[in-house]
Design a protein around this ligand. Structure first.
Ligand SMILES: Cc1ncc(COP(=O)(O)O)c(C=O)c1O
Length: 405
């Protein structure tokens, strides 16, 4: 066995490409909604690995399934299919509008597949002119060059040379702006039903319904990116089900694997038919380890108890954050849905979300930011009430630290 290397945070700066700035501490163990670092210090996890650990850390059911699959079959590639992938696909189809599923490894890959499929569908059905993709300001769809170009923050897509073309951005929740640009040249409109990275902003009912109607009018596909909002996060299995608007293509990743990398694109048979053998692919897509874990995630999360529990926990967070704000007056509003919540900073604290997340770490709490003005919470969907209370108490200390300078 190779000798274990002593690992310090400095090693990150020595050997890693510097595109991340991780916290000073290095977590080494997790259980439920608690995490321990190298020194044995314990943290409460309100970050959930950026909305990934829907069942917390090392959920016993997921550990059991991963161990069993690890002793059975790891990988085949798509030259063969496998039982876990087909079981998972069957369950996703049964639980959603979709007839067909494509598996990959991440949110960006699921969106890449969705965008390519939408383009191929539109070109084959309506002609070469129908390639325009409309997306929204502040939207986030991943970091491949196509998905980051569709994302609505140029800061992430500039500086890499010529971008994929025929992509337009309009303001989110602004139906008139969309109506002005959408046309029969539009092949797809891509949106997050609840913008995550962009600041935790929900689509209004009128906007969501209006986008659907405009897509129908112009034969454009509606793609819902549910990479962050999906798999129970809003209290429905997928946010579209709560909104009552059905997309043509839906992408899922993050919490789908509960921490094991997997992505999925869901669609109807008629649209799926435009991906023929060889049109698109991924070596790892539908990997048995990932699919076995995701099947277990779905079995646990897609139950009335867990989904109702998300809404109960949302209320605990909202009440606790409102109480903190009543004392410290730093939030303009608490927004979002289910367990994807954002505390939007008021005018006095603009640009300082990172100060809050760093103070939280000092207090033994992991939270996220969504841009520079929003503190984001995306905890486990089954986080115990005691951990919510203790985490909010720690958050109050962090807020006090920032407010009192
Ligand atoms: C809505 C949304 N889409 C896509 C992605 C990209 O997912 P991944 O990082 O797994 O590629 C993210 C990641 O934050 C996301 O929030």
């Amino acid at each position: 066995m190779s000798e274990l290397l002593a690992v310090t945070r400095d090693l990150f700066d020595d050997v890693m490409v510097p595109n991340y700035a991780p916290a000073k501490m290095i977590p080494v163990r997790g259980e439920g909604s608690r995490v321990w670092d190298q020194t044995g210090r314990e943290y409460i996890d309100f970050a959930g690995g950026i909305a990934v650990n829907g069942l917390g850390h090392c959920h016993p059911k997921l550990v059991e399934v991963l161990k069993a699959q690890g002793e059975t079959l790891w990988h085949l590639s798509n030259v063969m299919t496998n039982e876990p992938a087909l079981r998972l696909a069957k369950k996703l189809v049964a639980a959603t509008f979709a007839d067909k599923v494509y598996f990959c490894n991440s949110g960006a890959e699921a969106n890449e597949a969705a965008l390519k499929l939408a383009r191929r569908y539109a070109i084959e059905q309506f002609g070469e002119h129908k390639t325009q993709i409309i997306a929204f300001h502040q939207g986030f769809h991943g970091r491949t060059f196509f998905t980051v170009s569709v994302g609505g923050q140029a800061i992430y897509s500039d500086g890499f040379g010529p971008k994929p073309g025929d992509i337009l951005h309009v303001p989110y929740n602004d139906l008139a702006a969309l109506a002005e640009v959408i046309s029969d040249k539009t092949c797809a409109v891509v949106m997050e039903p609840l913008q995550g990275e962009g600041g935790i902003i929900r689509a209004t009912d009128a906007f969501a319904n209006g986008v659907r109607a405009l897509c129908d009018k112009h034969n454009a596909l509606l793609i819902y990116d549910e990479v962050q909002s999906g798999v129970g996060r809003t209290g429905a299995l997928y946010a579209y089900q709560g909104l009552g608007v059905t997309p043509d293509i839906l992408t899922s990743a993050k919490a789908l694997g509960g921490g094991f990398p997997i992505g999925a694109m869901l669609t109807t048979s008629a649209i799926a038919a435009h991906f023929k053998v060889g049109t698109h692919g991924s070596t790892y897509g539908g990997n048995p380890l990932a699919c076995a874990v995701a099947e277990a995630v779905l079995d646990v999360i897609n139950t009335p108890e867990v989904l109702a529990g998300v809404k109960q926990r949302e209320q605990l967070f909202r009440d606790g954050l409102a109480a903190i704000n009543a004392k410290y007056h730093c939030f303009a509003e608490i927004r979002g849905q289910g367990l994807l919540l954002g505390a939007a900073l008021n005018d006095d604290y603009q640009g300082r979300s990172r100060d809050f997340s760093l103070a939280a770490i000092e207090q033994g709490l992991m939270v996220l930011v969504a841009g520079t003005n929003v503190v984001r919470f995306a905890p486990s969907l089954v986080i115990p009430e005691a951990d919510i209370k203790e985490g909010l108490a720690r958050f109050e200390q962090a807020v006090a630290q920032v407010v009192q300078g």
